[in-house]
Design a protein around this ligand. Structure first.
Ligand code: ATP
Length: 271
């Protein structure tokens, strides 16, 4: 194969509990992660030298050299490629844009060269292992302990108020780093949304304190007709709402877009 395509879906932390910190500084997490139908689109072509082009509505400011996680992933795979990254997800937004891109590159390189990735996805970032399968999973440890979970398809709206939140700043502002783990996962057919309401994102209060506009986003999402649950993903600033239907998600996205033309908004579904 000389050319292939790969999709890098947005990663959403439906809940995220910070349960501890290791002696080396890494935080221990317990998170239920899902993936959206919106994401970045990549094209990979066999090449003698590494090349990276970033295009699309969210390309601005994304590095096009060795700092880009796509580049790092290709290097970790051990083969060069010409990569086009069509960027649709806002960067530094808590939805794992870079991590999902890196995982997509590793999948694409495996297709291209017919060999699986033999390295450690975790070395590219805590969220890269979960992004490899891009299927809902419970993520524990520092991102390496994964338990797949079948989730129903959840209509959703994603909103990013176009402010960047520094992940280290959010962790520094976190009141406690030893919070309770997730409650036992819902059994097949159980009410996932009721279960989610009892969980949290421990990073949400410090992120809202650092960037109060995140509180405005959560309020606006909660006030939409058909919202079941509104919460922040990762260390922010992107928030999601789980909606009653695809129609409710589309209506909420349109209404929010009219009121807040500067916000990045996507009606999608999570699974
Ligand atoms: P997470 O949810 O895993 O915390 P994030 O969504 O907050 O991740 P990214 O979108 O991965 O963060 O971007 C973080 C930084 O990484 C950006 O500021 C950008 O400079 C750099 N970066 C490197 N590679 C990429 C990429 N492929 N896409 C976006 N940003 C990238």
């Amino acid at each position: 194969m000389t050319k292939t395509k790969a999709f890098a879906p947005a990663k959403i932390n439906l809940c995220l509990h910070v349960t501890g910190q290791r002696a080396d500084g890494y935080h221990l997490l317990d998170s239920l992660v899902a993936f959206a139908e919106v994401g970045d689109h990549l094209t990979l072509t066999r090449s003698e030298v590494m090349q990276l082009q970033v295009t699309g509505p969210m390309a601005q400011g994304v590095p096009t050299d060795g700092r880009n996680l796509c580049w790092k992933a290709a290097k970790a795979f051990g083969q060069p490629a010409a990569i086009t990254l069509d960027k649709h997800l806002p960067a530094a937004a808590g939805i794992g844009g870079g991590s999902s891109d890196a995982a997509a590159v590793l999948r694409g390189m495996s297709d291209l060269y017919g060999t699986p990735f033999g390295g450690e996805a975790l070395t590219l970032g805590a969220d890269v292992p979960v992004c490899m399968a891009a299927r809902a999973a419970r993520m524990e440890g520092i991102g390496e302990v994964l338990t797949p979970l079948a989730l129903p398809r959840l209509p959703a709206v994603l909103v990013n108020p176009r402010v960047e939140v520094s992940t280290p700043d959010v962790f520094r502002a976190l009141a406690s780093k030893t919070n309770p783990a997730l409650e036992p996962l819902p059994a097949d057919g159980a009410d996932v949304i009721a279960w989610l309401r009892d969980q949290r994102n421990d990073l949400q209060p410090p992120a809202v304190a650092l960037q109060p506009v995140i509180g405005d986003v959560l309020q606006a999402l909660s006030a939409c007709e058909g919202t079941f649950l509104a919460r922040m993903s990762g260390s922010g600033a992107t928030c999601f709402a789980i909606m009653a239907s695809d129609e409710a998600a589309a209506r909420a996205a349109t209404a929010l877009g009219q009121k807040h033309p500067n916000w990045w908004i996507a009606a999608t579904a999570l699974s």
